[in-house]
Design a protein around this ligand. Structure first.
Ligand SMILES: Cc1ncc(COP(=O)(O)OP(=O)(O)O)c(N)n1
Ligand SMILES: Cc1nc(C(=O)O)sc1CCOP(=O)(O)O
Length: 522
């Protein structure tokens, strides 16, 4: 008897036989195309066919999947699995119990189990399931009788509570309305520390696609690029245990940035475009202030980063932002969301929800009111785009950025007299800068333009990259304020642009450890 095959759950295709999804196509031909496109496992699922038809089709499908060395599982029906010698079955909570399925099927059979809750997941793992199908991720017309819609947060909870410390690592796929547009966000936002989805299961995204091979290949490429991104940002050894590593690395990162001409693509508000572009240039980046969503895919491939700054958001710019985030997510390049004025109006709060649903972000940056708005529970009523008076102390602010960073799986930067930055594990307070930054328009927006190009440049550790960008910006502001030519906010601006440039030139001779006012927080 052959061993149980090693499971690659990266792209799991579940078939469908309905005319709404399969149309007039032949399921075996669709599955063959999907195998050519790279699906790594197939489940034959037909809720209506008679047993004879199920066995005939399963047998034909098995011939196809064996050609591509892809395991074939059968939905619910152990008898069909045994009849055709398929590699295993997928069972739900109302199907043959796992224990019985194990007894009935050969020992090398793969058995996957659906789990919608921590309890179901724990029971399936205890019972020896080979993998979990976690769902329903999002409501889907493909399966109308789903039990509960758990989203990325529910999935994250299952991964966090069931996978940590398990002796046998059990693979998990998410299922329910997952497609090329949301797959990266789904994987990214479902991740709980080191526990992540092994892949995703899809029906309509491949079976109903005009070109199933192309659809599978695009999905797989996005899944793999997300895995790569995750690996880079969390692999052991790149996290500084202390500020020492940051102090050592920062001058080198700034020096590299100065001569990089790395792209800083700004979909930003009309008020700050000129200032932000000059700031980018002075730091060594190459700015482009394009609000045209149609050109985002081309720009996204140039290796830079994108700022989405909601300062003057309209229906038109919203669709450009959405095109932008999708293009940069697909290309695997960083995106910074600046939800300017996010707490001010219900339109902006809705815009934030839409943008969070559209894609995922490497950094969410804003003042306290804006960060509160993203958390969904603003503690501060914003006046326009400025943060109102704060009622939070330093510890509460640090907690806010940390918990949002954990929830959204990204860096969160809360700007103010002291900035708070967290990646969910490490949190730092940075108190550099100048009082004049608060007296000119667009200083917060321009900081976002700088941080994103630092992230694009220094991929090994986003947290360190962001700190280098913030220090470049704020140390230059301090030097500008001290410059005799600076007499107030008006003369501060040219002095600041000069110092951004000059600091880049002489950063190697500076003692960053002494200049930086960084406090590492628990
Ligand atoms: C990979 C995967 N995950 C979940 C399911 C759903 O299974 P189930 O709960 O048994 O629902 P039906 O598929 O029987 O409608 C699945 N099929 N595959
Ligand atoms: C088969 C199935 N099981 C689900 C669950 O939640 O358990 S959702 C689902 C259908 C998924 O189809 P699509 O990718 O077209 O949304």
């Amino acid at each position: 008897m052959p061993n149980k095959p090693d499971l690659d759950l990266s792209l799991y295709l579940v078939t469908d036989a309905t005319s709404e999804i399969l149309g007039d196509n032949d399921v075996c031909q669709v599955v063959e195309k999907a195998c050519k496109g790279g699906v790594t496992i197939v489940q034959y699922r037909d809720k209506h066919a008679d047993t004879g038809v199920l066995i005939k089709t399963a047998s034909e499908l098995h011939t196809v999947t064996q050609k591509y060395n892809v395991p074939l599982l059968i939905n619910d029906r152990l008898d069909v699995c045994l009849a055709v010698g398929a590699e295993g079955v997928h069972i739900g909570q109302d199907d043959t119990p796992l224990e019985a399925a194990r007894r009935i099927l050969p020992p090398n059979a793969i058995i996957g189990v659906t789990a919608s809750s921590v309890q179901e997941a724990e029971a399936a793992i205890q019972g020896g399931a080979d993998y979990l199908g976690i769902g329903t991720m999002f409501a889907t017309p493909t399966k109308k009788d789903t039990k509960s819609i758990i989203g990325t947060r529910g999935t994250q909870e299952i991964l966090a509570r069931c996978m940590t410390g398990t002796k046998h690592s059990v693979g998990c796929v998410a299922i329910g309305s997952i497609n090329a547009a949301n797959v990266q966000r789904v994987i990214h936002q479902s991740t709980a520390d080191e526990n992540r989805l092994s892949g995703v299961a899809v029906v309509s995204a491949i079976i109903a696609a005009a070109d199933p091979q192309e659809a599978a290949s695009e999905l797989l490429q996005r899944i793999r690029s997300t895995a790569e991104k995750f690996y880079i940002s969390t692999r052991p050894g790149v996290h500084p245990a202390s500020g020492e590593v940051i102090f050592q690395q920062t001058p080198g990162i700034i020096e590299k940035h100065v001569s990089s001409s790395i792209l800083s693509h700004n979909m930003t508000n009309t008020v700050v475009q000129n200032f932000a572009a000059n700031v980018c240039l002075a730091t060594g980046a190459s700015p482009i202030m394009s609000l045209n969503g149609a050109e985002a895919p081309d720009l996204a491939r140039l290796g830079g980063g994108l700022v989405i700054n909601m300062g003057t958001a309209t229906a038109d710019t919203m669709s450009a932002y959405q095109a932008g985030v999708k293009a940069y997510n697909a290309a695997g390049n960083p995106v910074l969301l600046d939800p300017v004025g996010g707490g001010a109006t219900s339109v902006r709060r809705e815009a934030i929800r839409t943008l969070l649903r559209t894609g995922f972000y490497d950094v969410i940056k804003g003042n306290e009111g804006e960060i509160g708005a993203v958390m969904g529970a603003s503690t501060v009523q914003q006046r326009g785009v400025d943060s109102g008076p704060s009622s939070s102390n330093a510890q509460q602010k640090a907690e806010m950025v940390k918990s949002l960073a954990r929830r959204e799986r990204c860096l969160v930067l809360m700007t103010g007299v002291t900035d708070y930055l967290s990646d969910g594990r490490r949190t730092v307070a940075i108190s550099n800068g100048s009082k004049w930054l608060g007296k000119i328009t667009g200083s917060g927006c321009a900081l976002g333009s700088v941080v994103v190009s630092y992230l694009a440049l220094h991929r090994a550790d986003k947290f360190v990259a962001a700190i280098a960008g913030i220090l470049h910006y704020e140390l230059a502001a301090e030097r500008a304020e001290q410059n005799p030519s600076c007499r107030g906010p008006g003369s501060f601006i040219p002095a600041f642009i000069d110092e951004l440039y000059l600091l880049g030139q002489d950063i190697k001779s500076q003692d960053v450890r002494k200049l930086a006012r960084l406090e590492f927080l628990e």
